[in-house]
Design a protein around this ligand. Structure first.
Ligand code: ZN
Ligand code: ZN
Length: 190
């Protein structure tokens, strides 16, 4: 796992807007804001916007991640640098059984599903801190994509691809030095 450079929220005019597809607990959104702002050094705006879900696949009983990204473009907030959506719904991509989230590399839209981040999903007892940490890791990963970062082969980097919760838990919220530098460069351009 890697540490992150601490820093104050920047004075940039744009913010990262947070919205949800369907209701998502306010306290989780608040804790994600507190976790994300020092890493991206951009203010998180909790817009409170609750959007209707899109991209339902009745056969799979899941929503198509890219349909949600398309929805985010429809509700695009002009002053937002990026838009991050949370949802309790289960998501998939055409070539994957499920996804923890999806984002556009280079921005602006990202979506994270909370569904498979709760220990209860795997038959374990509830554990709010673990759930909140997983949500933070997945939000950092997807937002990292929106700032142009691609998947990372270095162990422990938050930009490693994960399709199992154990892999997500192993990588943690920190960027490797290469990706931290790439993110800092992207933030300077944002
Ligand atoms: Zn990814
Ligand atoms: Zn990396």
């Amino acid at each position: 796992m890697y540490g992150d450079t601490e820093g104050a929220v920047s004075g940039q005019s744009g913010c990262i807007a947070m919205v949800s597809f369907g209701p998502v607990a306010q306290d989780l959104q608040e804790s994600l804001r507190a976790g994300l702002e020092p890493i991206f050094r951009i203010a998180l705006c909790l817009t409170g916007q609750v959007l209707p879900l899109a991209g339902w696949n009745a056969e799979r009983q899941q929503y198509l991640g890219e349909a949600l990204l398309a929805e985010l473009h429809r509700v695009w907030l002009p002053d937002a640098l990026r838009v991050l959506a949370l949802t309790e719904a289960d998501l998939y991509a055409d070539d994957l059984n499920f996804i923890f989230g999806e984002a556009e590399v280079g921005g602006p839209a990202a979506v994270v599903s909370l569904r498979r981040l709760r220990p209860e999903f795997y038959g374990h007892p509830p554990h709010h801190e673990l759930f909140a940490r997983r949500a933070l890791v997945e939000c950092i990963h997807e937002l990292g994509h929106t700032f142009g970062l691609r998947h990372c082969p270095r162990p422990g980097c938050v930009m490693q691809f994960s399709d199992r919760i154990e892999e997500s838990d192993r990588k943690g919220p920190g960027f490797c030095p290469v990706h931290r530098a790439a993110l800092d460069a992207a933030l300077r351009r944002a």
